[in-house]
Write a protein that binds this ligand. Structure first.
Ligand SMILES: [Zn+2]
Length: 309
């Protein structure tokens, strides 16, 4: 078995190198990817780890007792779960397209695991031909850059929603956001500028790769896009951050979500996407839904439910 020595081991010094050689390969602790076919397309969902975001952040206007009662009615424990980070990889022909890049090593210690989980799955980052971003929050963007400020997917080009580019590169944006988001906004702008030479900006309904097109889902961020995957008459929606909790987003889409920049627009978008997926019977991959975030949306009374597959 080849031993991969990463620059991070070398940077840490000889002791770390020896440890890396002597210890079990970190890949052994990795999460195996989820795989399915969709026509001529191969979908692989790879974990970037989990995030820490308390319920008070996720549902700032909902009494905790209401949320816990909803969880109980669905057989879920009374705690707010750690959101997963499910990164989709699409293989179509000679293209290998990553939808979002995870958060890298500078966001939260429980996340930024995409690189090691890709390595464990035998996927070389240098084979990624394109990275398509749903939006430019740190947990989706920052993993495009490694700890040396180099591109993690060196041969890739990038697709960014045009309105996301305009928003995060606007010098007034950091000051327009609540204090907790200012640092992230500066980081987002820095990384987008780092990638700029290889960025294509695209709008709703544009093709972003073979079989892939952007779907307007504004609200979570000003230019948020879902990605519709289509092959041989089959469809799947990579929903980004429109639907983020396996119960709340489906049963109570009208609950205002702390991470949404425009909370009312986020609700309207959530309802529209739920209605579309339930009507069209297209599968969904949700970035923060319970691993691997793949399933169907069904109607349930006046709302919806998520049926994992
Ligand atoms: Zn996210």
């Amino acid at each position: 078995m080849p031993i991969h020595l990463h620059r991070r081991h070398l940077l840490a010094g000889t002791g770390a190198v020896l440890s890396a050689l002597a210890l079990p390969h970190p890949a052994r602790a990795a999460i195996a990817p989820f795989r399915r076919r969709l026509g001529a397309i191969e979908l692989t969902v790879i974990s970037d780890g989990v995030l820490n975001a308390p319920m008070s952040f996720a549902l700032p206007e909902t009494p905790a007792a209401d949320a816990i009662a909803l969880f109980a009615a669905h057989g879920h424990p009374p705690e707010w779960p750690q959101p997963q980070t499910n990164v989709s990889l699409i293989k179509i022909g000679n293209e290998l397209v990553l939808i979002d890049a995870g958060s890298g090593s500078n966001f939260q210690p429980t996340a930024g695991k995409l690189a090691e989980n890709m390595e464990a799955a035998g996927i070389d980052p240098a084979t990624i031909t394109k990275v398509v971003f749903s939006h430019c929050h740190p947990d989706h963007l920052w993993g495009a850059i490694d700890e040396f400020n180099d591109e993690r997917f060196a041969k890739a080009s990038y697709v960014v929603p045009a309105l996301e580019w305009d928003f995060w590169l606007n010098p007034n944006t950091p000051d327009s956001l609540p204090e907790a988001f200012k640092g992230a906004a500066l980081g987002n702008a820095r990384i987008l500028k780092r990638l700029e030479a290889k960025v294509e900006r695209r709008n709703a309904n544009d093709a972003v790769a073979p079989g892939l097109s952007y779907v307007e889902t504004f609200g979570h961020t000003p230019g948020h896009m879902a990605v519709l995957v289509e092959s041989e008459g089959q469809h799947l929606m990579i929903g980004g951050d429109v639907l983020t909790h396996g119960v709340v987003s489906f049963a109570r889409p009208e609950w205002r979500t702390g991470a949404d920049h425009d909370k009312d627009r986020g609700i309207a978008t959530r309802r529209r996407l739920l209605d579309r997926l339930a009507t069209d019977k297209h599968a969904l991959v949700g970035f923060h839904l319970p691993w691997p975030g793949h399933g169907m949306v069904e109607r349930s009374g006046t709302a919806f439910r998520f049926v994992p597959l």
